[in-house]
Design a protein around this ligand. Structure first.
Ligand SMILES: [Ca+2]
Ligand SMILES: [Ca+2]
Ligand SMILES: [Ca+2]
Ligand SMILES: [Ca+2]
Length: 392
């Protein structure tokens, strides 16, 4: 079997992009008192000059670091795991060098970080899924938020050699194989906390971590899938689609006055967020309706104005924008095959001062194309907004 390896900065990026469940925007979180982490999906690694956690999967290339065992990705959860190398002490015949191939000082060598959102604070028992082939590759330290509480140091496994094995046992002087179900951290409050891993013995192989509030829980096999947030897509806007920068949007419905503004009235077409003319009434056809907005003191300045109208299949309505009865723009909708398609009309360098009356007018017209009730249907002069963008 060929031994394969990647160096970490590359591995993290490529791994997240390709083979793992995790992807951009996904983060670990606690779910019903459980946190399950693929060890290879760590966020950062520090203090890794002498020993380094390396990711192994079927895609990683070979290496020539000291190592006493072959790769074990076949039975690894997510097809990948991490091993801390070089491993210069795989058995007790090889020299123990403190702060090199062994350290009892948690948090001093090859420190990994896994930020996790916990909704439920409290005590979490930590299980590690590890693969040991010798007597000097079966201990690791755990920590939280840069601290290394005694309760999370010296996770150890003795049984289950040459197989992926879950352990939550802490090595103590009276029991070098550790006491089962004793490794834990306390999550002080709801929020993001960073679970950390650091070297105790080189050659240690870690596939997965499982944190549980249930002290009697015993994981088996690959156990649960990693607990990742499931980000829903953010809500996208459906109107004013091409308005990508603006100072102020004057919405036709919310900002403009339509009472007592002319001989024929607008009504509010709320489903389309538009003002419109009820062209069913023949008296309202081919005449301008008006809506008005009074400029406030804080809005004084020079702007580009964009009138957002809605094209309609049954007619090409005309629009007029005026300030204090002086026309500054006159536009006609283009023909369209899509009802309520937004059309944008620009007016450059418009100076607004306090008390100015901005008036938007439009009329209902027919293009004679759409038969209706013995005649043809009318477009209703719909418009949606007047957008103010401050000139630079
Ligand atoms: Ca190895
Ligand atoms: Ca070792
Ligand atoms: Ca090993
Ligand atoms: Ca894994």
């Amino acid at each position: 079997m060929k031994l394969v390896l990647c160096y970490l900065p590359i591995v993290i990026a490529s791994f997240i992009a390709s083979t793992t469940h995790a992807s951009a925007g996904q983060v670990y979180h606690e779910k019903s008192g459980f946190v399950v982490i693929e060890a290879e999906n760590f966020s950062t690694q520090h203090l890794d000059d002498k020993r380094r956690w390396l990711v192994f999967s079927k895609n990683t290339p070979g290496h020539n670091l000291a190592d006493a065992d072959q790769a074990h990705y076949h039975d690894a959860s997510n097809g990948a795991y991490i091993e801390i190398l070089p491993d210069t002490r795989s058995n007790h015949h090889e020299t123990l060098v403190r702060s090199e191939n062994f350290t009892n000082n948690a948090g001093t060598m090859a420190v990994l970080s896994y930020p996790i959102y916990f909704a439920t604070p409290g005590r979490y028992y930590i299980w590690a899924r590890a693969y040991s082939t010798g007597s000097e590759d079966n201990g690791v330290h755990l920590g939280i938020n840069g601290h290394w509480p005694e309760s999370a140091q010296r996770l150890q496994l003795c049984k289950g050699k040459h197989a992926w094995t879950w352990s939550s046992a802490q090595r103590v002087n009276t029991n070098h194989c550790g006491t089962p179900n004793t490794i834990y951290v306390d999550i002080p409050h709801k929020g993001v906390h960073t679970i950390m891993v650091s070297m105790r013995e080189d050659g240690f192989e870690l596939d997965k971590l499982l944190l549980t509030k249930d002290k009697s829980y015993i994981p088996a096999g690959k156990d649960k899938s990693e607990t990742l947030s499931n980000s829903k897509p953010l809500k996208k806007k459906t109107q004013l689609l091409k308005i990508t920068d603006y100072t102020r949007i004057l919405h036709a419905i919310d900002s403009f006055t339509i009472e007592n503004t002319g001989e024929i009235p607008y009504y509010q077409h709320k489903a389309e967020s538009a003002l419109a003319i009820n062209a069913v009434k023949t008296a309202y056809r081919n005449k301008f309706a008006h809506a008005e907005y009074t400029v406030q003191a804080k809005e004084a300045g020079t702007y580009t104005l964009r009138l957002v109208t809605l094209a309609e299949i049954d007619g090409e309505s005309t629009y007029i924008v005026s300030i204090n009865n002086k026309e500054i723009g006159r536009f006609t909708n283009p023909e369209t095959t899509t009802d309520y398609q937004e059309i944008y009309f620009n007016m450059q360098d418009v100076e607004l001062t306090k008390g100015d009356i901005i008036r938007v007018s439009s009329k209902a017209v027919t293009n004679g194309k759409i038969p209706e009730n013995g005649g043809t249907a009318f477009a209703r002069g719909r418009w949606r907004a007047l957008v103010l963008s401050k000139s630079d």
